[in-house]
Design a protein around this ligand. Structure first.
Ligand code: SF4
Length: 229
């Protein structure tokens, strides 16, 4: 117990504390210690900083990053905060309405997103110097996100896609056919992946050529998993 508490930078006497006597950051450290007690191969960390005050988010994220390196852990982070994702992740998977729409190494996805939804996400994420994505995408179509219980046909993003049938009526394939999901460690589930703001006005590529799959799989096979909430 003392070793685990020490691992998450808490004094051993905290083992006697009731939850109400702990701060939000301390409770999150205890949750991490509990997850690590089982010596897992994989830790699933679901929005671990979303309920924390901004002033303590940084220390928890630094702790998580240090532990990952020290213990050689594989961690699956689930977050809406792209700054956290960029800080902690080696590899990213972007989800829209329950489907993974793009995967790839963090720097590659952030620097050169291939899926229109990823581009919209990055453009909407503010940073100190502007946005995470320097290039302006085409304006997203101004409609509400679809009901996840009744997703649109074909590509789930098609009603909002700035390069889909709402902007390009000739792209009915987006309404009719769901794009293939990425099957490797790099790829985008889009019939027109890589069609950026400028390419979007160009010729229509062959649907079969648009799924990007490459690179070796460097992920480890999970044997056990713990969730940190
Ligand atoms: S498949 Fe079509 S609607 Fe879906 S993201 Fe690609 S271009 Fe947009």
């Amino acid at each position: 117990m003392a070793r685990l508490l020490n691992l998450v930078s808490l004094d051993a006497d905290r083992a006697q504390s009731l939850p109400a006597a702990l701060s939000g950051g301390q409770r999150q450290r205890i949750a991490l210690a509990r997850a690590l007690a089982a010596r897992p191969d994989v830790v699933i960390a679901d929005e671990i900083t979303s309920a924390l005050d901004v002033s303590v988010q940084g220390s928890v994220l630094n702790l998580v990053r240090d532990l990952r390196g020290e213990l050689d852990l594989t961690m699956l982070f689930i977050s809406h905060n792209l700054s956290v994702v960029r800080y902690l992740s080696d590899h990213i998977a972007v989800m829209y309405l329950g489907r993974i729409v793009e995967v790839g190494p963090t720097e590659q996805v952030l620097a050169d997103p291939q899926h229109p939804y990823t581009r919209d996400l990055l453009q909407a994420a503010p940073t100190r110097h502007g946005n995470l994505l320097a290039v302006d995408p085409l304006a997203p179509v101004d409609v509400e996100p679809a009901d996840p219980h009744a997703p649109p046909s074909g590509c789930r993003f098609h009603p909002r896609c700035p390069i889909g049938p709402a902007a390009r009526p000739d792209r009915q394939i987006c309404v009719l056919t769901e794009p293939p999901r990425p099957t490797g460690t790099v790829g985008a589930a889009c019939h027109f992946a890589g069609s950026g703001p400028h390419a979007a006005l160009g010729t229509v590529p062959s649907p079969q050529s648009t799924l990007l799959v490459s690179a070796a799989d460097t992920t480890r096979s999970p044997h056990s998993a713990d969730t940190v909430n």
